[in-house]
Design a protein around this ligand. Structure first.
Ligand code: GDP
Ligand code: IMO
Ligand code: MG
Length: 439
């Protein structure tokens, strides 16, 4: 049963979109299983750039099934805008299927996300303000509106009333906001329902049937392990589980369907939003890497915080996900640096040392990165296509990562374009094995 999970192994924006697009060529379907349009996944093909927020990164291949699983939270306005933009660029979106059980982001979720952040003041999380947290909160409180509700006016209206009732107090400042008018909201969401109806399906069954026939599916993660609501740097996290384990619940297939779990990590670290970041660089080098790597958010345009590669966090992500392979992206960005820092452990208060990621928030907040310095390399890597094309310094860096994480590197990114990729033997072996398993 060939299921391949692609997850972020850091704080998001690792290059999952590019990796999914690369692998998607060889599979039958790509499914998203969590998150929403807080995600921004970039693909560059033949010099043309594509940014996806909700639609799986397989949509550019004609005839490929793309699935938005039940674990995703959907803002229907954003989804429809994304579909329209793809159609305008002559992409066939007929293969998209949306789980009838996925939850919907409602206008009040957007308002509550921003209001919640404003209330937190200096303690704010720095959310994408896309309504993600409030939507998952309603899901857990069993007050959510689901995709299937769009197809029944009476039920939709009843559920909106029930969902808004306990929020009366917090929504009072928005009383006059026309977006919150019951009639307007119901009409708007019914219209969205009409637009999306042809795509709504029992996606769990659909995926089971595909897997049962030996077809291959990529489970495309959003965000990254360190933003996981259970295992990340809580409360500075997103409201879903970006870990491989969530691929199953978020689509409605069992764990036996998963064969491969690839964790994507940049050759350095970035983080958008607030929260602890032990290997963060606050100097001109951080700024230089931000500039070279184009480290500005795909979704919100915010400058990303920059730091050295954090192997403590990466080992933690490898364990939480049971990674079968690592993908290292953006190695090209580090060219020209004399020395490259790598965080191999943390030091804490009273000379405490941590090889493992500290589970206690207060402890984590007081840690700083202990760095090992490796030699850099001068050569531009963007034309390298095999490991042997790489300068010694770059190869040593990759070996150091693989050894300290305890995982094989399957792919190395040396530029945003599809072809700016190095396949290692481990990566090729996985592909051949999964090709053999496929139908
Ligand atoms: P995602 O959210 O994990 O899909 O990542 P994003 O798309 O938000 O951010 C990754 C950015 O890095 C995008 O602009 C990609 O085009 C770009 N990118 C991906 N891989 C590489 C690489 O190996 N080198 C360089 N220079 N850019 C890359
Ligand atoms: P992709 O899929 C990077 C961050 C936000 C904020 C925190 C909570 O492109 O890797 P939320 O809006 O989810 O409630 O915000 O999570 N965040 C991301 N950071 N990449 C993402 O997605 C992110 N999605 C959310 O910046 O710190
Ligand atoms: Mg992104």
């Amino acid at each position: 049963m060939p299921g391949i999970v692609v997850v972020g192994a850091q704080w998001g924006d690792e290059g999952k979109g590019k990796v999914t697009d690369l692998l998607a060529e060889r599979v039958d379907a790509v499914a998203r299983f969590q998150g929403g349009n807080n995600a921004g996944h970039t693909i560059v093909r033949n010099g043309e750039e594509w940014k996806f927020h909700l639609i799986p990164s397989g949509i550019l291949y004609p005839g490929k099934r793309c699935i938005i699983g039940n674990g995703v939270v959907i803002d229907p306005r954003v989804l429809i805008a994304e579909l329209d933009a793809l159609r305008a660029r002559r992409i066939d979106v007929g293969g998209l299927r949306i789980s009838a059980n996925a939850h919907l982001i409602m206008p009040y979720h957007l308002l509550l996300d921003s209001a919640g952040e404003a209330k937190l003041g200096s303690l704010q999380i720095g959310t994408t303000r896309r309504g993600i947290g409030p939507c998952y909160a309603d899901k857990a409180a069993r007050l959510g509106i689901r995709v299937q509700d769009l197809l029944d006016e009476k039920i939709l209206k009843k559920k909106i009333v029930a969902a808004m009732e306990p929020k009366r107090l917090s929504l009072r400042p928005f009383e006059r906001d026309p977006a919150l008018d019951l009639h307007t909201m119901t009409e708007e969401y019914l219209t969205h329902g009409h637009r999306l109806e042809q795509h709504i399906a029992d996606t769990s069954k659909l995926m089971w049937e595909m897997l049962d026939e030996g077809k291959k599916i990529i489970f495309e993660g959003a965000q990254g392990a360190m933003l996981d609501i259970d295992h990340g740097t809580y409360p500075f996290v997103t409201s879903s589980n970006p870990l491989s384990g969530a691929a199953c619940v978020g689509t409605g297939v069992g764990p036996k369907c998963i064969d491969e779990i690839w964790g994507v990590a940049k050759a350095y670290t970035t983080r958008v939003g607030a929260g602890p970041f032990p290997s963060e660089l606050h100097d001109h080098l951080g700024e230089e890497i931000r500039k070279r790597g184009g480290e500005f958010g795909t979704t919100t345009g915010r400058p990303r915080r920059i730091g050295w590669l954090d192997l403590v966090a990466l080992r933690y992500a490898a364990r939480l996900n049971t990674l079968t392979a690592l993908v290292v992206t953006k190695l090209d960005v580090l060219s020209g640096l004399d020395k490259i820092g790598v965080c191999t452990s943390y030091s804490g208060e009273e000379e405490a040392a941590f090889e493992d990621f500290p589970y206690h928030q207060t402890v984590l907040h007081h840690t700083s990165a202990k760095l090992t310095e490796l030699r850099g390399w001068k050569q531009d890597l963007r034309e390298c296509r095999t490991l042997s094309d790489l300068p010694d310094g770059a190869r040593e860096y990759l070996d150091f990562i693989a050894e300290h994480v305890g995982a094989d590197i399957a792919l190395v990114g040396v530029g945003p374009q599809r072809e700016q990729t190095i396949w290692t033997d481990a990566g090729r072996r996985t592909l051949i094995a999964s090709d053999g398993a496929g139908g």
